[in-house]
Design a protein around this ligand. Structure first.
Ligand code: GLN
Ligand code: ZN
Length: 782
């Protein structure tokens, strides 16, 4: 074994770790604090405990407690907000409520708003389901280093023997993710403030260095996006920023990461890492899972820098193929050594996107745990791979054998490849994606449904009261028998149907009381899919989701929405709309298998939904809504990958829905109002009616749709369900009038922006009354 240099300080690290606590302790502490039950000091103490437990676990799993291998990604609410706080970048609109410093209390004001101020906007962190708080930057935003929290956090854990590396979003990414604050001059870009921001980062680094911090992590995933790649293209910006930061007197050494893809020009992988190393950055990183491995030709002279090779996938839950990873690492190690650098093993991104540990799962199908790796198991993989690199295969022989065995078992497992599912996919033809002509459908549906113009409806869910949640929990725990639960749900459905009849809505729904969440319910009812019990992943702030695991070929053993939906339909003369979640959304909010293209999994889910639609239709349901709120969410970050994604995602929706009869009306629902690059795709879904978010933007989207020539039914939401505020009838009148300027009365539907699940009944009732009233007025006027 030739000994090649590994980073002298650490040879294994992870970019970040779940921050919510193995038992969601941080969530509980945050919510207790917001409810006034615990003080800020108690919250700090609770968060410190969570972090200490995490660090102890990481060290126990084999990450070096000294030398900077431990991530210091502390954040109570959001990592971008932490950086906003460290830079004291108070948005001007908050200057009256927040002083010059953003401490924890002030950060919560930014995150959650107050009576007078809406919170910072939440938006998706790259192509993940994590949401960050968007910085608002203007020409006058002050950037003042506030190292206090980072220093204190470092010191607290150093005392316990953990030398962690403070982590911040890097300056380029921070500004790329920011938006121009309201009132900024036309055309202003936050990036215009780069030099000022860099000066504040420099002060932060100086303060951290003075406090004894040796390594600081700056995350620059922004460099993998289209815009960031342009910024990085010639290297001069990257060089300017990082030369300045690396040159700060007595600053800690820098570790710059770039997960979620290939940084800079994808044709020159390694180019950005080379630039960074030349600028004086000590440790650089590349995502070898989503991105390309850096090519020696583009790395340039590494000047003794370390490349952290992100080989362990931190976005999914499958165990690593250790043998393959080791081979790739050895090749890279030779090249990196040749370029004058050293290698360390790491994760593609932070592990914040996966749950804590497989060991906590008690209800997975028996075959599954051995195939999986959550955060802790991934840390162990990183440590194992580093050991293999250092000491040779023999040193990790047991791990390699266990790994080979698990992967062989997975490949051979009956549910991994199900002949009936495969044959059905192989037999698909283009006709399976086609429905009758839209005009023919419109006429058949009009005759079948007999709806008035401007029909009123809702998006599906009704308020999930404490009672509903309690009954569902009772059914899960066994406190409620199956018969009792069924009786409860039927009573709830009847109540919701009567409520809608009384309000005078035209198209009713069953209310979705049986669904905890719009994806997990499907995972529970499909073969090849398994929900987790403790697999929480932070979505934003104190909120987490529990993505299910799509592990095998998917099919639907029996109709599962039909009993509830047809029961609801039996209670009323009005048309009742059945509710399903679309294939792309089901995939987007799950952990998907890594052994076949996403497109194939999407087709399988689509066929399962197609079966359900056929059964709903056979049960007399004439309107079926297939929700695709995540269609835009999975859109690849790089433009070159977008057309292919849009092709298969649209096709999967069409495959799910095209089996419907001409007279069956297919609806879809999308949870956003800015269609941009996906407007063509939304049109191509070929749904008979598309409902969208529109209230907050005052129907702006109807203009975009009209301009595009969208000709089928559209329900631009007239009621913003994201807050308890009740819109007045007049307000809705105006929105409808606005919509009717661009849409024909035949096209327009009247509905809220989204499901009512998170609302309470009083505001729901008042708002829907106004909605029905406004629709009646508008109808009379046409
Ligand atoms: N039908 C779902 C509901 O009403 C849609 C939810 C969503 O779009 N996120 O809850
Ligand atoms: Zn929605």
């Amino acid at each position: 074994m030739t000994q090649q240099p590994l980073n002298p300080d650490f040879d294994a690290t992870v970019l970040g770790y779940p921050r919510i606590g193995a038992d969601r302790e941080l969530k509980k502490a945050l919510e207790a604090h917001w409810a006034g039950k615990i003080s800020l000091d108690e919250l700090h103490a609770a968060a410190g405990q969570v972090q200490l437990a995490d660090l102890t676990r990481l060290a126990g799993l084999g990450l070096d407690a000294a030398g900077g291998a431990l991530p210091g990604d502390v954040a109570y609410y959001d990592q971008v907000l932490e950086t906003t706080a460290a830079l004291s970048a108070v948005p001007s609109r908050f200057s009256g409520v927040i002083g010059e410093r953003i401490g924890t209390a002030e950060a919560f004001v930014l995150a959650r708003g107050d009576e007078a101020n809406a919170p910072l906007e939440l938006t998706k962190w790259f192509d993940t389901n994590y949401h960050y708080l968007v910085p608002e930057i203007g020409p006058g935003t002050a950037f003042v280093a506030d190292p206090e929290r980072l220093v204190a956090n470092h010191a607290a854990h150093a005392a316990a023997g953990f030398e962690l590396r403070p982590t911040l979003v890097g300056p380029l990414t921070y500004l790329l993710l920011a938006k121009a604050e309201d009132g900024a001059p036309e055309g202003f870009s936050p990036l215009e403030r780069l030099d000022d921001a860099v000066a504040a980062y420099a002060s932060l680094l100086a303060a951290l260095g003075a406090a004894g911090v040796k390594l600081v992590q700056l995350d620059e995933p922004g460099l993998v996006t289209e815009e960031g790649a342009k910024l990085a293209a010639d290297g001069s910006t990257v060089t300017r920023v990082y030369s300045a930061l690396a040159a700060v007197q007595s600053a800690p050494r820098l570790f710059v990461t770039s997960g979620y893809g290939t940084a800079g020009d994808p044709a020159r992988p390694g180019h950005v890492q080379g630039e960074l190393a030349r600028a004086g950055v000590a440790v650089v990183h590349a995502d070898l899972v989503r991105g390309a491995a850096p090519a020696a030709a583009h790395l340039g002279e590494l000047n003794g820098a370390t490349l952290v090779a992100g080989v362990v996938n931190s976005r999914n839950i499958w165990r690593n193929r250790l043998g393959e990873s080791l081979a790739a690492l050895r090749t890279l190690q030779a090249e990196v050594t040749e370029a004058g650098g050293a290698l360390a093993v790491g994760t593609a991104t932070s592990l914040q996107h996966v749950p804590h540990t497989v060991a906590a799962e008690t209800a997975l199908p028996e075959h599954l745990p051995a195939w999986l790796a959550f955060a802790d198991e991934k840390v162990a993989e990183v440590v194992t791979l580093a050991k293999g690199l250092r000491e040779g295969d023999a040193a990790i022989a047991a791990e390699l054998a266990a790994d080979a065995e698990a992967h062989a078992a997975r490949a051979a497992f009956a549910g991994t490849s199900v002949a009936a599912v495969r044959e059905r996919l192989a037999a698909l033809t283009p006709e399976d994606l086609e429905r009758a002509d839209a005009e023919e459908r419109r006429a058949a549906q009009a005759a079948a449904l007999g709806l008035p113009p401007l029909p009123t409806t809702t998006i599906g869910s009704f308020p999930q009261t404490a009672e509903v949640r309690k009954a569902r929990a009772g059914a899960r725990s066994g406190a409620l028998s199956e018969a009792e639960y069924e009786a409860f749900l039927k009573a709830e459905i009847e109540r919701v149907v009567r409520f809608q009849e009384e309000l005078g809505l035209d198209v009713l729904v069953h209310g979705e009381a049986e669904r905890n969440d719009m994806v997990q319910y499907f995972a529970e009812n499909f073969d090849g899919y398994a929900p987790t019990t403790r697999g929480w992943v932070q979505s934003y702030g104190s909120r987490s989701t529990r993505p299910a695991i799509l592990w095998g070929d998917v099919s639907r053993p029996r109709a599962f929405t039909v009993p509830w939906i047809s029961y609801a339909a039996s209670l009323t003369e009005k048309p009742l709309k059945g509710m399903l979640t679309g294939p792309v959304t089901i995939l987007a909010w799950s952990f998907v298998r890594d052994d076949q293209p996403l497109e194939v999994s999407a087709q399988q889910v689509a066929l399962a939904l197609r079966d359900e639609i056929e059964d709903l239709q056979a049960a007399g349901i004439g309107i079926i809504q297939v929700d695709e709120p995540a269609l835009r969410e999975l859109l690849p970050l790089r433009a070159e990958a977008q057309p292919d994604y849009l092709r298969w995602s649209v096709d999967s929706f069409r495959l799910a829905t095209a089996g419907a009869d001409t007279a069956t009306q297919i609806h879809t629902h999308l949870c956003y109002s800015e269609f941009g690059e996906v407007v063509g795709a939304i049109d191509a879904l070929d749904a008979d009616v598309t409902s969208i978010e529109a209230a907050r933007s005052r129907m702006e989207v109807t203009g975009d749709l009209a301009e595009f020539g969208f000709s089928r039914g559209i329900g631009p939401g007239v009621y913003d369900i994201h807050s308890p505020r009740v819109p007045s009838t007049e307000e809705i009148d105006e929105l409808l009038a606005e919509a009717l300027k661009r849409l024909t009365p035949e096209q327009l539907w009247v509905n809220p922006d989204c499901g009512l699940k998170t609302r309470a009944y009083p505001e729901t009732e008042a708002s829907l009354r106004h909605l029905v009233e406004a629709a009646a007025k508008a109808r009379a006027a046409i």
